[in-house]
Design a protein around this ligand. Sequence first.
Ligand code: ADP
Ligand code: MG
Length: 690
Amino acid sequence: MSVYDNKVMDQPLKYVKGVGENRARLFAKLGLFTLGDLLHYFPRDYEDRSVYKPISEAADGESITVRIRFVSDIAESRPRRNLSLLKAQVTDGVSLMNVTWFNQSYIKQSIDISREYVFFGTVKRLGARVEIHNPVFEELEHSGNLTGRIVPVYSLTRGITQNMLRKILRNALDAVSDKLVDILPSSFRSQYRLAETAFAFEQIHFPTSMENMEMARRRLVFEELLLLQLGLFSIKGSNNNQNGIRFSPVDMEPFLKALPFRLTSAQERVLAEIKADMESDKRMNRLIQGDVGSGKTIMAVLAIYIAASSGYQSAFMAPTEILAEQHYRSIAPLLEKFGIKVGLLTGGMKKKEKETIKKEAGEGRLDVLIGTHAVLEDSTVFSRLGLVITDEQHRFGVRQRARLSQKGENPDLLVMTATPIPRTLSLVLYGDLDVSIIDTLPPDRKPIKTYVVDESMRDRVYQFIRKNIAEGRQAYIVCPLVEESEELEVESATGLVEKIREDALKGLRVGLIHGKMKSADKDEVMRKFSKGELDVLVSTTVIEVGVNVPNANIMVIENAERFGLAQLHQLRGRVGRGPYQSYCILFNQGKSHISRQRMEILAKSNDGFVISEKDLELRGPGDIFGVRQHGLPEFRIANLYRDMEVLKDVQKAAQYIMAEELLEKDEAWRPLARRVELMVKEKLQDLSMN
Ligand code: ADP
Ligand code: MG
């Protein structure tokens, strides 16, 4: 399938010199199918073999490039059955060095000891003796491919070696470098100081200097981010400055007085921002970002109140049924006191009930519809939709957001998220949104104490749960995330419940909730837990987002090493929602150092932003958390941690391109326009799912 819209780039990999059918299958494992894919398979590192060094200056363990002559023959020996050695002595004209090749007897034939060579390898010093083992070598006269230059280092897969990949890339570049089409017009390139495409591909793989590599990299990062940004704009529209509804100014005092608590100063500030947006002509397009438990829900309620006061309906979408139901239970009483009518619509409801609710929304008899994806269905219509809110925004695709807002005429938009999104990623995703931040927690919250434990602590953990329950609290136990298989998750949760009911937590009221249960049953269990009729709730990750039971103060997570840090932080956020000291206990069954390190981050910090940045640092750019969760393609070269500056330029450029409609109007922009189109089709499909 064409991804690059270019004959050269879309050529199957097997036709590249040095590849063939068999290796093409190996490359497929790396996700590489075409020549274009290969060119976009960027080095993970470089090795500088360009600077020659005399033997005498090489430190023990240092990798050096050195020009040598042989001062002895190459002697072969077989000290053991599976070991063959080639040994020789060489000189750089000043000092002597011993070279040994292990199990590479074929080398003997390819070296002519009367000629000069370049070696690259790691030097070992043993007293006065200098040794080099298995050096890479090239005859001086023909050097410059593997030595005497900066060489790329790639991630490999079984059956493909560094040198093989280097040669194949060299062949590929030689075959196409004069046929590459630059998708960025030259005036644009000079405006943003971007290297040409041919230069960029050559220098990213075979840099003649690190400066050139940086120039190449900047160009390629720019291109990658620009394609993504333009793709996103083309899906959701970039128009941030549409006119919207002008809601009438409302006196909030009576409503605020009726709440069970006073707003925090951060909530007051966000309310002022929402109010200003809603009362202006501009369409509100606002993201509320606040850590778990910071009190985002009430902001939605206040916005709904403003909309209803002007006679407009609101839609409030949550990612799970549990959450939609919880919102309904907590929000409806607050609003109904003021005559605002609230309805609930979830996929799991009976057909009849759904129809009734939809009818009421369509006829304008409901002021607020809270629900899951069911709210998006074509059969759900509103009579006067003025405000659209999505909770836990990261769970929804960009397309879904767009779809919901199409149900009214330019309704105002409010999205809420606790997922701490690295600043760079949030710019890519929400570049066109205004952001409000709730940066303080409600008063009397005590920081959650987090402990990383292993199996040896299990009994003590159960005792600890018993003690807290005896004091009137409740506990969650979350079961392992089993990748790709909800069934297995359900199985392990069910198994655990049976075990602890009979044993460790005998006599306590233990409930079970998982994604495969009927929604009425889930609702029933959740309701019991919120009312305190259950002491312990064993669950799969269905409770990850939003669930609010302030009396619960212990969160135990089994196999915590299998979760992402952001997700652990979300889960932990289910406790610490009331005045009680709360605890999060992470069972770490992982053995690796990095898993331990990641857990420790969580134990040390309660701050979602800090956690996300650290996670990003640890996992590196290839596996940026949140990226996949947001349905974005993985980055091939951009690093959201490093490339903030480039991203800023990209956003400026993208805004300009959209505003001037260059992709539609201007011939010079056709290649870029086609690539954006293809990318949306190929890579951004996922944004509409979830
Ligand atoms: P989140 O931001 O994670 O969605 P919620 O909106 O569910 O958090 O709020 C968490 C808890 O804090 C709820 O029980 C809510 O009633 C309570 N809460 C929110 N704002 C305040 C406040 N200003 N003072 C005291 N409690 C508050
Ligand atoms: Mg919430």
